[in-house]
Ligand binder design. Structure first.
Ligand code: TRP
Length: 344
């Protein structure tokens, strides 16, 4: 029977709660403030209103050359940081992608219904492959968005919180879900992107017109850095010669970035924080930003180290998350296999 199967019915624990899925790559030794304020902070709030699945997507990380020891370390540290930031295994399913076989299995099926030309239009692949010289890029980097589609579709996610840069991958995911459903019968939920507009866009402290990025360490505030390192970077943040604390992203991008960080971390509005520094200089603003960043990041770093210091417990949390994830995703992959005429 092709039609009758309601895609939404499979594995849903609570018919009224929206289901959310998102993923983050373990490609750095630490998450940075931009990751937190731009995305991870929303993961924490969404787990109260949604049935959430959050993955450390290590299969995506190997699309570029990666040292095995470093990858394992970064995967654990990423997972521990998610816990430290408040992603709660009692509320959400938090797991490591490679521990859940359903992702790689479904990715293959999805690759077989994706056009070569369609995949070739993904702008992130063009950008990333241009860096290494297009012919040196792996085929895995080329099919990266299709693995991402599998991540999402395996869980029947209704909503996918992502940054603006992932919009095209979400469009592909929707196209593939619709195509599969049309060819093989209703199987997948067509997900909606949740492009986090309200989320703070954190800029590089040295080049405030660029996004904060791990590839530019002097302008990047890593959550696992020491208090001293964080303070030093903030004190050295690039400002301007205007000399007045005002929120003007065009003319004063460095100061605007500091105000945005402060507003986000203190749950205040931009006018509120700007008002607090009327008449004071940039030094006072930087001092307040440093205080806010340190009092947020240092406890997160401490909690992360505590999780990492107890590998057996961390393994238990990872294994339990993977089992919960596989129970949901494995059932959906079985449906997809059957729909395509594959026997298991
Ligand atoms: N490509 C995403 C990014 O770089 C990471 C990712 C992988 C993801 N799989 C996902 C995000 C599934 C959302 C849903 O940000």
């Amino acid at each position: 029977m092709r039609a009758g199967v309601l895609a939404r019915a499979g594995g849903r624990q609570n018919g009224t709660m929206q289901r959310v899925l998102s993923g983050i790559q373990p490609t750095a030794d630490s998450f940075h403030l931009g990751n937190y304020l731009g995305a991870l902070r929303n993961w924490v709030t969404l787990q109260d209103t949604s049935e959430a699945f959050y993955a450390v997507v290590d299969l995506h990380a190997i699309t570029v050359p990666t040292d095995p020891e470093v990858l394992l370390e970064r995967t654990r540290t990423s997972f521990a940081q998610l816990l430290a930031l408040g992603v709660d295994p009692a509320k959400s399913t938090i797991f490591v992608q490679s521990q859940v076989p359903a992702h790689a299995e479904l990715a293959w099926l999805m690759q077989c219904i994706t056009g070569f030309g369609e995949a070739s239009r993904m702008t992130q692949f063009k950008d990333k492959s241009a860096k290494s010289g297009a012919s040196n890029a792996s085929v895995g980097l080329f099919t990266y968005p299709i693995l991402q589609a599998a991540d999402i579709l395996a869980y029947s996610a209704d909503v996918v919180p992502v940054g603006e840069d992932q919009r095209q991958h979400l469009e592909l995911t929707r196209d593939l879900a619709q195509r599969f459903n049309a060819r093989f019968g209703e199987t997948f939920v067509v997900p909606e992107p949740l492009i986090l507009k309200g989320a703070a866009r954190v800029a590089d402290l040295q080049t405030p017109t660029a996004k904060m990025s791990k590839s530019a360490p002097p302008g990047c505030l890593e959550l696992l850095e020491t208090q001293q390192a964080l303070t030093k970077k903030i004190k050295r943040a690039v400002t301007d010669s205007v000399g007045v604390v005002a929120y003007d992203p065009q003319e004063q991008p460095g100061v605007a970035n500091l105000l945005e960080i402060l507003a986000a971390l203190t749950n205040s509005s931009i006018p509120e924080v700007t008002g607090q520094f009327a008449g004071s200089g940039y030094g006072a603003l930087k001092g307040a930003v440093a205080d806010a960043v340190v009092s947020f990041a240092v406890p997160v770093a401490t909690a992360t180290r505590e999780y990492l210091a107890d590998p057996a417990t961390l393994d238990d949390i990872m294994n339990a998350g993977a089992a919960k994830a596989q129970a949901v995703a494995g059932a959906k992959v079985a449906d997809a296999y059957a729909a395509m005429g594959l026997r298991r």
